[in-house]
Design a protein around this ligand. Sequence first.
Ligand code: DAH
Length: 340
Amino acid sequence: MDFLELKNTAEIELEKIKNSKELKEFSDKYLGKKGEIRKLFSFVKDLALEEKKVLGKEINEFSRVLEEKVAKFEKELKKAEKERKEKREKIDITAPGKTIETGHLHPMTQVRREMERIFELMGFSVVEGPEIEDEWHNFDSLNIPEGHPARDALSLGKTFYLKDGNVLRTQTSSAQVRYMKKMKPPIRIVIPGRVYRYETTDASHEINFYQLEGLLIDENVSVANLKAVLQRFLDQFFQRKVEIRLRPSYFPFTEPSFEVDMLCTVCNGKGCSSCKRTGWVEILGAGMVHPNVIKNGGLDPKKYKGFAFGLSIDRPTMMKYKINDIRLFHSGNLKFLKQF
Ligand code: DAH
């Protein structure tokens, strides 16, 4: 390399250096014992005296300037590296600690557990049934024969049928017979869980919601027992004396059947928009277990009687917390959820 070329390439290479390792390599290459500048000197040595003087001086000068530049650059790089390290290692002992935010149970889970607790205190066990049901358990076992409108997919029944012939359970009642077969009377169970219906969603309808089913089977069971258990449950749940009434109704799996209403909490029975001006709010369905259902459960209906009831968990949760739109439950909206 001649001197001019060396000068140029050295300048260009120096510009590109990014760290001390590269700088060291550069310094070795040009200023080192076997470096380019030494090589030049050994070449100059053989020149005529005049030339030697001029070129020697120039090379010396260049070498000096280059050494200076390298030294300055090294200082800068060291400083920057030190700063970077300090920044990384800096510990601010006055900084507040990181708090790990824990969430909380969904309002409906809280309410479900509260309901379960009340029934457990009355001697009921909490059990569960499958969400994917066969038609027999969801309908036939409950005295709902083939062709019954409740089995309809769209208009009345709102059943989701699966390709394999099973259904998404439309009611937690579907687990009744499963437990009659499994347990020996006296049977006292509640069955909470998710149910599915082909609904057009609006403020009071969802395609899935939660129910709590109750079933009691024993030798001497009457409507009075049913009423007492429900009264006790509702008083405990709403934390006050709730006025209820049993209104005759019809379910295929109970006989007699009732709708249980409670006095409207908004207007106290006077009639308002919440209770459709009737003064009463329908809260659950109930009745004495139909002999056919007891038979389907493998028990003798002459010996055993029972009562059953089913209530939605969503509805009482909405009443308790004055929630006006059922869709909020599945919205994942933190603004809503954080309130509970
Ligand atoms: N399965 C009914 C429904 O989904 C609710 C119900 C009514 C359950 C009466 C019962 C009952 O066990 O006895 O609408």
